[in-house]
Design a protein around this ligand. Sequence first.
Ligand SMILES: [Mn+2]
Length: 469
Amino acid sequence: MCQGDGLSSGKVEGIVIRSYYTRIRGENEYGVLIADSGEERRIVCKDIIIPGACIRAEGELSAELKLITHKVEVLGGESEKAAYEIITKKIGSTLAIPDKAAMLPDDLVMTALWPQLKEAAQGLAVADRLHRSVLLRFHGDADGICGAFALTSVLHCKAFQQNSAVYSVRDALRDISLIGQENRPFIILLDFGSSDPCNEGLELLRAANIQYIVIDHHPLGKKPPEKTISPFQVSEKASKYTAGYLACEIGCAIGLDRERAFELAKIACAGDKSDILPIVKEDVQKAMVLDYLASHVSFGNNLDFYKSVMANPELFASIAQQAEESIEEAAQKAMEGMKSNKTPKLETFIFSLGRVVKRGEWPPSSKVTTRIYDKIRNGPEGHGKAIICLGYTERSIIMRISDEAVALGFSANTLAQRMKDSMADFVDGGGGHVKAGAIKVKVGFVKEVLNELSREIEKETGAEINKKA
Ligand SMILES: [Mn+2]
């Protein structure tokens, strides 16, 4: 009955993927993924073998089709490498990974990025079949969490939240001690990891022989880490292809239900204000709750907590309300000290967020600024008018611009670029879209940058008025 499957000869070659710990009369039982067939078979032997090892074994088949070995050789060096490659290819060939993204099949960026995503999907699925030790570190926000939901639905892995945007040397050392000794360790960094300061940590992983991939959509550093999957490799306006969305596509390619993947991807996009998928109000609310929860839990949290909240409608609703209320409260407080500059064409509202937001905590400065902008828009001062809102902390200026102001020629992204150029010594970075953007400021210089930005805005309206006159 076993002819042709590599067992009838009484010989197998493959990778030990698990140990069953059945020590009957000093005999151990292992699950081996067979090179020829790509299937799992059990072997019984006296030796202790570590999962992940490539072995060649000879023996006789028992009635239960276990190979009772009399000789087991653990392969090393080149023969191990060769055997491992053969098995990996064999498993890979059994996966039917589609040639297009599931959610945006005809999108140009996704088409260009797909070969990399496909390779990552294949690599992860094979790692899973080989029972490799996979560790997922996801960024602590709605985007990162939704991507982690997607990947953990199709992969066995340890998943932990990372709040810092940098994968540091300390992070790497912790992960090396956490899984470095396990079965062919594999680390996934999701929604962070592609900036220059991450290189040192990732180099340590390489030195420790730990395979990794980075799935990120933040602007790439000057020297992006090897094994980075980033939409910035194919497009400059790529951050809207969020890491969570990309992870959902990977999940979908290797078995995650398309509906579920779409559901998660929309929340991920809502969280990062991306418009690549059709987002509805519920997605925005779910993203807000995840962001709110993520900002309240400390480093290292796993996903169960988020899952339990999302699965409990009453709890969800009460947390959504809390999150809402704290944005509203912060907005009201920040508006108490608000100032405005009025020209005939445009009114600029400037308010400090310093007292109401704290870095890395809820509510985030972007949400408070949006709330204040919405309040002004709904009032007599802003309704149907050209307005710009500038909310600032000691490190950043957040801009919101109304359609009417956009019609005058304003763009948050352009303003950010100009500040970067004209105040290079005070500005660390910045950018955004037409209606929303942010400028990162060196601590201690926000007033200077704010003044320059106000002058720039006034100049612009002046120019506009002169042109029309
Ligand atoms: Mn993100």
